[in-house]
Design a protein around this ligand. Structure first.
Ligand code: ADP
Ligand code: MG
Length: 230
């Protein structure tokens, strides 16, 4: 993924196996968000390819790609301020199934389930601006899981959260993994990454600098130097 002269993601090759949580660690500007954007077909690749079940999915039009069951959350909260929590979550179901927001009834159980799992019960009628930052981030996760994706990409979902909120999110992601949901998690909290992920990728300047089980990746000298500053 090149932007003009910037090689945001450079010569990177990764494999994601089903049912695991993959963490992506790296300093700011190392290409993590661009990697997620490429995996969701949010941006076109400069070169290279993406495969899902053997199908070349970099050729699938971005507009229809969401229906393949890939969902994401963004690094900055992107909720519609004029809609309620419930309506924002419903958008996630509509995006994948291609239904209008006004079409009530269908998918209500899925919306209620996603709201319950993310600890938002009782807040359905609130608007995002009335919620804490942590709760807004949970609405984003609810919106991403409501359509029951098979691959979920999370870009710094616990940024701005306190320790106990982080632990709740980590527990939720691990619970989703037990149900078979494959995830790619970008986070800066190294301890949370070690506790949550099955596998870590470490990036620097768009390149993969380490790849393996979390406890050993965070001990690698190249990772400590690039990321941990030691
Ligand atoms: P990270 O998420 O690891 O902080 P990003 O993927 O956001 O990193 O950015 C990687 C590099 O690509 C940075 O140098 C950034 O400035 C650049 N970049 C990202 N998106 C764009 C874009 N749309 N246009 C130009 N440069 C971009
Ligand atoms: Mg980023």
């Amino acid at each position: 993924m090149h932007f003009g002269g910037v090689k945001a993601v450079d010569g990177l090759s990764i494999d994601l196996t089903e049912g695991s949580i993959f963490g992506v660690l790296g300093p700011n500007g190392s290409g993590k968000s661009t990697l997620l954007a490429a995996l969701t077909r949010f941006v076109d690749l400069t070169a290279g390819s993406l495969h899902l079940d053997g199908e070349e999915y970099h050729r699938i039009p971005a507009a229809t790609f969401a229906r393949r069951g890939v969902a994401r959350t963004f690094q900055t909260v992107r909720l519609l301020p004029g809609l309620t929590v419930e309506e924002n979550v419903r958008l996630g179901a509509d995006r994948i199934r291609g239904r209008g927001i006004r079409e009530r009834g269908k998918g209500d159980d899925d919306v209620a389930e996603a709201i319950g799992r993310t600890g938002l019960r009782g807040l359905e009628r609130h608007r995002p601006g009335e919620l804490s930052y942590g709760a807004q981030r949970r609405v984003e996760i609810a919106r991403a899981i409501v359509a029951k994706p098979r691959l979920l990409l999370l870009d710094e979902p616990t940024a701005g959260m306190n320790q106990s909120e982080r632990q709740e999110i980590s527990a939720l992601l691990r619970e989703l993994r037990e149900e078979g949901l494959t995830q790619v998690l970008v986070e800066h909290d190294v301890q949370m990454m070690v506790d949550t992920c099955d596998h870590l990728f470490a990036m620097n300047f768009g390149k993969l600098i380490a790849d393996g089980v979390p406890a050993s990746v965070v001990r690698e000298p190249a990772v400590r130097e690039a990321y941990l500053g030691k």
